[in-house]
Design a protein around this ligand. Structure first.
Ligand SMILES: C[S@@+](CC[C@H](N)C(=O)[O-])C[C@H]1O[C@@H](n2cnc3c(N)ncnc32)[C@H](O)[C@@H]1O
Length: 272
């Protein structure tokens, strides 16, 4: 017994251990991008062979970059809407709520499958305006308890690819229909990225399957009436790459020139 919590997750829920570990490794680095001390603390409290996640110190910056990217986008929405509702879907054990520290007018919902949500409560107890919801994001029932009538931000980091196209598009439509205004912020893999998912170590090792390929904003604008594009960025062109060590910048610049690979992973932001 080492006093640590044993976790037994498989498939999509297991992948959040990999991203958590990536943020912890980034926090250890002298040139950390995210400074996620919560990730380091939670990793230290879980009994797990972290080497099996497929994430190493070399790949951790890409995890931290994605997390930081959504912290920046979410922060800009909250600065303009201090009374917002935030739907942080497929939250895993991410500490975004604590990193951002939203103001007192914000209601924040962290949503993930019941086994992940239960684990989450052990490390980040909910209360006040911070809520943890144990449900599949595609089950329409949980949305009934969320206050409607306020600007609403949906964040889906590392989520859409685990949903089927039908379920994912229905989820986005439901949010746009239920709330008066807001934003959808998420990352996506292209159809090519879905086809070549076997190269993704985290996905392979967790035994999960990726389904929904999104090639660009047109796919979303057509599938989700009422959305307007705010920004679309292939990950390799993300502003934050400039803050990574030179070898990552060079790698991103090279991959960005390879047809198909350039748009394999993308950041999407829409208003409604
Ligand atoms: C790659 S992890 C990302 C976790 C977190 N966003 C992060 O960046 O660390 C994918 C997450 O999506 C969750 N997920 C996938 N499909 C889901 C669904 N239908 N409902 C709820 N959560 C889901 C998984 O349980 C897992 O926590």
């Amino acid at each position: 017994m080492n006093g640590k919590l044993r976790v037994d997750l498989h498939g999509a829920p297991q992948t959040m251990l990999a991203t958590l570990y990536g943020r912890a490794l980034d926090a250890d680095a002298p040139d950390s991008l995210l400074h996620d001390r919560w990730a380091r603390d939670v990793v230290d409290r879980i009994d797990h062979d972290w080497s099996t996640t497929g994430i190493t110190a070399d790949t951790a910056p890409s995890v931290a970059l994605r997390a930081r990217h959504f912290d920046v986008w979410a922060g800009s929405f909250l600065a303009a809407h201090p009374d917002a509702v935030v739907l942080h879907l497929g939250c895993g054990l991410d500490s975004r709520y604590f990193r951002i520290g939203p103001g007192p007018g914000v209601d924040w919902y962290d949503v993930d499958y019941p086994d992940v949500a239960e684990l989450r409560q052990r490390f980040y107890p909910s209360g006040g305006r911070y809520h943890v919801v144990a449900s599949s994001v595609t089950d329409p029932a949980w949305l009934a308890d969320v206050p409607a009538g306020r600007p609403t931000l949906m964040i889906g980091e590392g989520l859409t690819m685990y949903l089927t196209e039908a379920d994912g598009a229905a989820l986005l439509r439901r949010i746009v229909e239920q709330f008066p205004s807001g934003e959808l912020q998420f990352d996506a893999f292209s159809r090519f990225g879905i086809k070549t998912q076997w190269v993704n170590r985290v996905v392979r090792r967790s035994g999960s399957t990726l389904y929904w390929g999104i090639d660009g904003p047109d796919d979303i604008l057509a599938a989700v009436p009422g959305t307007r594009l705010v920004q679309w960025v292939p990950v390799f062109e993300a502003e934050l790459f400039r803050q990574l060590p030179r070898r990552y910048r060079v790698m991103a610049a090279v991959l960005d020139r390879v047809r198909g690979v350039r748009t394999m992973a993308q950041f999407h932001r829409y208003s409604f």
